[in-house]
Ligand binder design. Structure first.
Ligand SMILES: NC(=O)c1ccc[n+]([C@@H]2O[C@H](COP(=O)([O-])OP(=O)(O)OC[C@H]3O[C@@H](n4cnc5c(N)ncnc54)[C@H](O)[C@@H]3O)[C@@H](O)[C@H]2O)c1
Length: 321
């Protein structure tokens, strides 16, 4: 299968590309840099195309030139950069996704898998968010992603595109570089594994839904593989850790393996402002489980931490560490 992964050299995209290669796909990545970064070791086996989703012709060219049969659309600005530059975020995340949808329509790509976010829920969401919870995001990132979820539904009903999407909670794993609100989970594990002190920027009691990066990648290909007739909800919550751990519980799980870990707390008022309004504790993924058999492999922080530490120590290059 000739598969395009936008954002394929990023944190989640790079792992997805590895998986697709193992399955025998011909993989093309598309993004602003021609540097394969996290997939440098397999760059010879894939096509790395430089481009910007905000420019329709660049998206059309890559889809047409490589006769793409399936698209995983991960290319995006994340939450913090979108807040800092909402105008660029609109171009990349909204116009960019329209361009990807249009490319799929114009060049007869049968399937498009999109990556949305828990950030599409916000105002009025209670402590549990299901696929039926009303989505009223208050950020540029969440608003843009929600609009794209709706557009995907439109392209499916109007043009027959096999559009499907997951909404990730915070994705925990090695080698994340952006200081988004929930990134403390990843760095709380990664820094001690590398022998570095970590100053946590939320309080000990802070918690937000999270999943392991290996599960996030698995959810993408499981969703893509599911029979079309099983797909009804289209945009699916996918969850991982249950119950959601507090920062101090992540620290305790790390300390069980690295007793000498140095972790201090210095809550960032801006980030804590976010946690005062973000009340979701349970990210309910019942529809994904029912419709396409979704089941995360890492459901406790105690199971996640040793695997994460092992990845950091055994494969640092793979994660740019
Ligand atoms: N990491 C998380 O916790 C998380 C949570 C919810 C949703 N997501 C979604 O998952 C997807 C992957 O995110 P990630 O965590 O791997 O982030 P990342 O920043 O590592 O990857 C994003 C990728 O998009 C690319 N990109 C940025 N601007 C682009 C543009 N104009 N055109 C084409 N590509 C562009 C970047 O180069 C990068 O490769 C994103 O769509 C993100 O919104 C991530």
């Amino acid at each position: 299968m000739r598969t395009l992964v936008t954002g394929g050299t990023g944190y989640i995209g790079a792992e997805l590309v590895r998986h697709l290669l193992e399955r025998g796909d011909d993989v093309v990545t598309f993004g602003p840099s021609s540097n394969p970064g996290r997939i440098a070791d397999i760059a010879k086996d894939i096509a790395v195309v430089r481009g910007n989703t905000a420019y329709a012709s660049e998206v059309f060219n890559v889809v047409k030139d490589h006769r793409i049969e399936r698209i995983f659309h991960l290319g995006s600005m994340l939450s913090s950069p979108s807040q800092a530059d909402p105008w660029a975020s609109f171009q990349v995340n909204v116009v960019g996704t329209v361009n990807v949808l249009e490319a799929a329509r114009l060049f007869d790509v049968p399937q498009l898998i999109f990556t949305s976010t828990i950030g599409t829920f916000a105002l009025g969401a209670g402590t549990v968010a299901t696929d039926h919870t009303i989505q009223r995001p208050a950020t540029m990132y969440g608003s843009g992603k929600l609009y794209c979820e709706c557009l995907g539904r439109f392209y499916r009903s109007r043009f027959g595109l096999d559009y499907r999407a997951v909404r990730f909670p915070s994705v925990v794993g090695p080698g994340t570089t952006q200081r988004t609100v929930a990134q403390y989970n990843s760095w709380m594990i990664e820094y001690p594994a590398l022998g570095k002190p970590f100053e946590c920027f939320v309080t000990r009691e802070t918690k937000g839904p999270a999943m392991y990066f290996k599960d996030a990648v698995r959810s993408l290909w499981m969703l893509a593989d599911a029979p079309r007739e099983r797909i009804e909800m289209l945009n699916y919550n996918v969850a991982g850790l249950d119950p959601t751990p507090m920062a101090r519980e992540v620290e305790a799980a790390v300390r069980a393996h690295i007793p000498e870990a140095v972790v201090t707390y210095n809550p960032d008022p801006v980030i804590m402002d976010y946690y005062r309004t973000a009340r979701i504790e349970t990210f309910d993924d019942t529809c994904a489980r029912k419709e396409w058999g979704w089941l995360p492999e890492y459901t406790t922080i105690e199971a996640l931490v040793p695997d994460f530490i092992n990845e950091v120590r055994v494969n640092p290059n793979r994660y740019g560490l």
